[in-house]
Design a protein around this ligand. Sequence first.
Ligand code: ADP
Length: 169
Amino acid sequence: MTVLKAQLGDITELNVNAIVNAANESLLGGGGVDGAIHRAAGPGLLSECRALNGCTTGQAKITQGYKLPANHVIHTVGPVWHGGNCGEAELLASCYQESLKLAARYQVKTIAFPCISTGIYGYPANQAVEVAIRSVKDFLNDQPHQMDEVIFCCFSENDYQIYLSALTT
Ligand code: ADP
């Protein structure tokens, strides 16, 4: 059984096999969690990202973790919230599924996700959390993997409370 849990804290400090980055299409760094990950990983991460030629929304690409405690960073590009009728939920679900597919290919056992799209990209946290939990559960039930633990790493108390109640219902 894979453990799904919410944790409050900074994703760059987590000692897991892989952390997921809520990146933008350039994969060349940005604000929010993306900036924090690049700062903590150091310049090696940006050089590897330059060679990836970006990433489209809903897809994911993997790099090493450099100075991070995590061995890998999985970069995924969440959708910008445009009101909910522009395929946002499907694209967000795809971020989780594509990230987990890559993780499984790299034999990742422990992985942490930030609350993708809920910062600068404006996705309402309640709805994003529903999509996140459903997509992860679907993947774990339907696909081959070696995952022991999936952590939803929350940077705010508010997001943490939303995950806690969603995970217990
Ligand atoms: P997006 O552009 O996908 O909205 P953001 O980085 O703006 O990405 O926000 C995504 C989520 O990451 C938000 O919930 C934000 O609070 C959170 N976040 C920001 N910094 C960190 C961090 N160091 N660790 C974990 N989560 C973080």
